[in-house]
Design a protein around this ligand. Structure first.
Ligand SMILES: [Zn+2]
Length: 242
């Protein structure tokens, strides 16, 4: 662990969480429903970077919750990666991932308006890291990893409709990009770990009678959590991390 970098990550994560809190609140609505409005004055909310209603100043969402979660994830990621050129790219997906997980837990969807714009940004950050670190091979592997994981989830979604949604498939592509950078074993273990975590959580919820056999649980948080564990574990041998 690079402690100074972990502290930097916590600060960056807190700020990213503050920027994303309004978007998480606004997009936490069922698919097809209009964006959430201010719960106090019903004014429409600004698209980005607003944690308060621009009209009446009402605080949107639970104060500090998203900030704390994002700070924790980015502290872990920055602490693990240190000054490696790829830290910014991984940190970006970490922050977007926390926001997506928060929405998925609340309304069981991963909105396109967060996943799709994340693609060009993440690919640009990975490309910058590849140029800085003179590691074009890692960039090619990342692109193939994103393609492979998205294709794998697409096949699973077609094979078992109702379990994986389009949002899960688009998120899988993003996760595959960062895991692909680390190497093919990381892509595979990340994918397996996501399903394993989801299965364990489902069994625990079933045992606690919180869900039934017919319920679908949000998959996004487990996919992201599995990827985070793979990154923190340093990736399997041969991965391109310090
Ligand atoms: Zn308002």
């Amino acid at each position: 662990m690079y402690l100074a970098w972990a502290a930097d990550g916590a600060v960056a994560g807190w700020m990213a969480g503050a920027v994303l809190r309004g978007a998480v609140f606004r997009l936490s609505v069922p698919a097809g429903a209009p964006d959430a409005v201010c719960p106090r004055c019903a004014a429409p909310l600004r698209p980005w970077a607003a944690s308060r209603c621009g009209h009446c100043g009402h605080t949107l969402g639970l104060p500090a919750a998203l900030e704390l979660a994002t700070a924790a994830v980015l502290a872990l990621l920055f602490g693990r990666l240190g000054g490696h050129p790829v830290t910014l790219a991984f940190g970006f997906l970490g922050a977007v991932g926390v926001a997506l997980a928060a929405i998925d837990i609340r309304v069981q969807r991963l909105p396109d308006r967060l996943t799709l714009p994340a693609y060009p940004v993440l690919i640009a950050l990975l490309a910058a890291a590849a140029l800085t670190g003179h590691d074009i091979g890692a960039l090619v592997r990342a692109l193939l990893g994103g393609l492979a994981l998205a294709a794998g989830y697409l096949l699973l979604g077609v094979a078992r409709p109702g379990h994986l949604g389009g949002g899960d498939i688009k998120l899988a592509g993003l996760v595959g990009l960062v895991l692909g950078w680390l190497g093919w074993p990381a892509v595979l273990s990340g994918a397996v770990l996501g399903f394993l975590l989801a299965a364990v959580a489902s069994l625990m919820l079933l045992a606690a009678r919180r869900i039934t056999m017919r319920s679908a649980i949000s998959f996004g948080p487990f996919l992201l959590g599995g990827a985070l564990l793979v990154i923190l574990a340093g990736g399997p041998s041969g991965s391109h991390l310090p």
